[in-house]
Write a protein that binds this ligand. Structure first.
Ligand SMILES: [Zn+2]
Length: 161
């Protein structure tokens, strides 16, 4: 089921989300709904507070194959490097801007079966993972933007490529 996306400003987007204590049917439905909602609105990732659920759950699609990863109670184990690139966010329609983030990240999380896994990611994949984990800590990307782009400027950039 496609859920409504919470747009900024909203209190739930700035709260620290709670740990998931049990992966039950509700959590599985939430994961499925988050995926449908992300696809519907053409996002690369989405976090539970963005669909009005204050739990530490986020999903991201990685790489050109858009491999889906589900992160329940994710923790960042290690980061390194730095890169600047343009980000957007489903909770901020029309806002795009340059954000500096680590270019490498290693995380640990649970999957929907309760299994713990570790994952390493670089470049834009690392960026997406860190953007979504920020959501779980109530941190929004607008506070990290160093240069704002309008939609028109972005379209021009893509046309030039
Ligand atoms: Zn976001």
């Amino acid at each position: 089921m496609i859920r409504e996306i919470v747009k900024h400003p909203a209190e739930i987007l700035t709260q620290v989300c709670k740990e998931v204590t049990e992966i039950n049917e509700e959590i599985i439905t939430l994961l499925d709904d988050m995926y449908e909602t992300m696809v519907e609105y053409d996002g690369m990732g989405i976090a539970a507070p963005q669909v009005n659920v204050p739990l530490r759950i986020a999903i991201v699609e990685l790489g050109e194959e858009r491999t889906l990863i589900e992160m329940i109670n994710p923790t960042v184990i290690e980061t390194s490097g730095s890169s600047v690139d343009i980000e957007g966010c489903l909770s901020f329609p029309g806002l795009y801007g340059e954000v500096e983030r680590p270019s490498y990240v290693k995380i640990e999380a649970h999957d929907r079966y309760g299994q713990v896994y570790q994952l390493e990611a670089v470049d834009y994949d690392a960026r997406c993972i860190l953007h979504e984990i920020d959501h779980l800590n109530g941190i929004l990307f607008d506070s990290k933007i160093t240069l704002v782009y309008t939609e028109e400027e972005l379209e021009e950039m893509f046309e030039e490529e």
